[in-house]
Design a protein around this ligand. Structure first.
Ligand code: BJW
Length: 263
């Protein structure tokens, strides 16, 4: 893994003292943190899987798409689930887990549904957009573990709920689709953390999907420094206190090394 360049190192050196005096640090992640685990991001369409990459996430991550073609959406999520369960957490996930133990209080908020933060050892996390690892009934909400299927073409029908028995009682992924509300308690905890923290990190997110994208701005409105980590500029970049341009695995690992050196 390559090291960060001199300009990024200078910025990291400026951030370390701020972190050293911080009592509460928030890390919010998006799909980019898992890019180095070879999980495709949503808006960087560069995936190699010929069959499934032709589908746009925006077209399938909706309740309307599920009701229109439940088998297609079920197979698409089964394909993504199998990618995630085969993937391994990367240096970025592990660096965040390590930093969670370095401050009096730390909050990890993720938009990701891939389960990699937990597999990297993060104990408490706010999953804003749910998880791929369970399914829930479209009607009554009863949830159960999602089956791990490697060859998604073998899925011939959508699982039914064993609790309620209506025409729409199909098991759907336990994620938040467009135009669905996020869990109230999870979102409220995320907003409180953004307002109360001493430093807010926005890592590997395009900052275009709301309300998640609003959290960094809420931190800024409350006078908190925001550190953005991303190879590309986003709508947050011009407002961010620090923009660390590059892959999160490399940058966060360097930050952890510096924090350890300075302790
Ligand atoms: C790297 C890297 C490396 C690459 N290292 N980085 C206000 C204004 C405008 C619109 C709205 C608004 N409020 C609500 C809306 C509507 C909508 C919305 O935001 N639309 C926008 C797209 C315009 N929001 C909603 O519908 C939300 N619900 C809601 O608001 O409910 C109230 C309501 C009720 C009724 C009617 C209307 C509203 C729900 C949003 C749910 C989002 N769900 C998804 C799918 C989850 C399930 C699944 O996985 O299939 O969540 S969409 C998708 O986007 C997924 C992600 O979590 C989310 C964010 O994407 P993310 O993580 O930022 O990924 P990318 O791909 O966009 O970016 C990756 C980044 O990584 C890039 O920047 C790369 O550069 C970077 N990167 N390599 C670090 N190595």
């Amino acid at each position: 893994m390559s090291a960060v360049d001199e300009a990024i190192m200078k910025q990291l050196e400026a951030i370390v003292p701020v972190l050293k005096s911080a009592k509460h640090v928030v890390f919010m992640t998006g799909a980019g943190i898992s890019a180095e685990s070879n999980i495709p991001t949503f808006r960087d369409a560069q995936d190699a899987n010929a069959l499934w990459s032709k589908y746009e996430p925006h077209d399938l991550a909706t309740a309307d798409a599920f009701l229109k073609d439940p088998l297609l959406v079920t197979r698409w999520y089964a394909w993504r689930r199998s990618l995630c369960t085969k993937a391994q957490p990367n240096a970025g996930h592990f660096a965040i887990t390590e930093m969670l133990g370095m401050f009096p209080r730390a909050t990890l908020i993720t938009q990701n549904v891939d389960g990699l933060h937990a597999r990297a050892g993060a104990k408490h996390l706010l999953e804003l957009h749910g998880t791929l690892l369970t399914n829930r009934c479209f009607v009554c909400g009863k949830s159960r573990p999602a089956p791990d299927v490697t060859d998604v073409q073998t899925i011939q029908e959508v699982e039914k709920c064993d609790e309620c028995h209506t025409e729409r009682s199909m098991m759907r992924p336990n994620v938040v689709w467009f135009q669905e509300s996020l869990d109230d308690a999870t979102l409220a905890a995320a907003y409180s953390a953004a307002e109360e923290c001493d430093v807010f990190f926005s890592i590997g997110t395009s900052s275009v999907v709301y309300p998640a994208a609003d959290l960094a701005f809420r931190a800024l409105q409350n006078g908190k420094p925001v550190v953005e980590v991303n190879p590309s500029r986003t709508p947050l970049t011009t407002s961010a206190t620090h923009f660390l341009q590059g892959p999160s695995g490399v940058i966060l690992k360097s930050l952890v090394d510096l924090l350890k050196l300075s302790s």
